[in-house]
Ligand binder design. Structure first.
Ligand SMILES: [Zn+2]
Length: 406
């Protein structure tokens, strides 16, 4: 399987070190509802997982829950609710959304369950000269890590501008360098706190993922991924604080997923223009909702419109229709179609191309095909399962009035 690797800036073969293949995807920060952009990201890693499973590989997949975060504490404060209650509510809502479109379950460790390991990690960074304390805070010393900025390829000025945008405060006078990032900080009175050599407090965002990923999956994960808004500063900083302490790379392959817009405008909580998975599954079968996502290449930003759902619903109906009747395909044609389907997925996860192959299978073949022909229905069901689309033959039946019992 070939996938674009953000670090190598090219499509290259996926080279897992062993079995199972390990996959770490940055999970949600549960302070608000997860939208279609999140669903697109997790669908992409779900298809990668399903492709690997179809090839006979085992996969161990971890998606953390960032339950220690400025945004969570801010929103809990604004709404006058307990931060833990806010996290529990948003996580269960997110789990339901993911399950509703058949995203395979993964391990979901919480950051708050790993704080002692984070304290230990920061202590080792400090001892190795990569971190320095100031007023109860500990910062990573980016000047000591000469590869800082290599993953994103951004200039120093671009990184400073971006870190200002995401609230990392490059102007903090305690920092030796504007790019230095927080590893540990004091907690506000209403925030949870843990003991540390620098005073009670809580970890920074980036250290959470380095510690959880290596704790759960070993020093180097085969695939590390997330939305492409995480390349800088999150993943850049994860690499720095991990590879400062180990010779092995944090990840063999970096996979990032493009953003989803709504009618041409960036989908964001602050703009209030969010579309949720539940909006889609309220209007269409879950398989059709998956087809909305799979119709777009994971590295191309796209804009959701109602037309996307109409197209997906129509396609889903055609595919389900292919399950009924007993159409058979010429065996050579069926084998070629299956090869092409997997070739499309293995070419940088070309899901739009794979859908095109299934469109063809769904409309080819006939009953008159010799008895030796390959039945289209099981082939269709098996391959659509690889992209997470479960076909429901009943979905195409016309709705009828419920029969009255007299
Ligand atoms: Zn992360």
């Amino acid at each position: 399987m070939q996938l674009y690797d953000t670090a190598a800036r090219t499509v290259r073969p996926l080279e897992p070190a062993g079995d199972p293949v390990t996959l770490y995807v940055c999970g949600i920060t549960p302070y608000d509802a997860a939208h279609l952009g999140h669903a697109f990201t997790y669908h992409v890693f779900d298809v990668i997982t399903r492709r690997l499973l179809a090839a006979g590989r085992r996969v161990r997949s971890v998606r953390n829950v960032t339950d220690i975060d400025d945004d969570i504490f801010r929103v809990a404060r604004e709404r006058g609710v307990d931060a833990r209650a806010l996290v529990a509510f948003q996580v269960s809502r997110f789990d339901l959304e993911m399950a509703s479109i058949d995203i395979l379950p993964v391990a979901v460790p919480y950051a708050s369950a790993h704080v002692p390991e984070m304290v230990d990690w920061i202590r080792r960074l400090e001892a190795a000269g990569f971190a320095y304390p100031r007023d109860g805070r500990v910062y990573f010393d980016t000047a000591r890590f000469d590869r800082y900025g290599r993953l994103s390829g951004l200039s120093r000025e671009e990184m400073i501008a971006l870190s200002r945008e995401c609230g990392a405060d490059p102007d903090d006078p305690r920092k030796r360098d504007p790019l230095d990032f927080i590893l540990w900080q004091p907690s506000l009175p209403d925030e949870p706190r843990w003991p540390s050599p620098w005073g009670d407090g809580r970890p920074g965002w980036h250290i959470e993922c380095s510690v959880i990923a290596t704790h759960e999956l070993g020093a180097t994960v085969d695939i590390h991924g997330g939305g492409d808004d995480l390349v800088y500063p999150h993943h850049e900083s994860e690499i720095a604080q991990t590879e400062a302490l180990q010779d092995d790379p944090l990840a063999r392959h970096w996979v990032h997923v493009a953003m989803v817009q709504l009618d041409g405008v960036k989908m964001s909580k602050s703009l209030g223009n969010l579309v949720f998975v539940r909006d889609l599954v309220a209007k269409a079968p879950p398989g059709a909702a998956r087809l909305v996502l799979a119709a777009h290449h994971h590295r191309t930003a796209w804009s959701y419109t109602e037309d996307d759902l109409d197209t997906a619903r129509e396609r889903y109906s055609t595919w389900c229709g292919a399950l009924s009747g007993d159409r058979r395909l010429d065996p050579e044609e069926a084998a070629a179609a299956e090869r092409e389907f997997f070739a499309r997925l293995d070419d940088d996860l070309d899901t739009p191309g794979a859908l095109g192959v299934l469109d063809r299978i769904a409309t080819r073949g006939s009953r008159s095909q010799a008895a030796g022909g390959v039945p289209a229905a099981p082939l269709m069901a098996r391959l659509s399962g690889v992209i997470g689309v479960e076909l429901d033959p009943v979905a195409t039946l016309p709705l009828t009035e419920p029969r009255r019992v007299s």
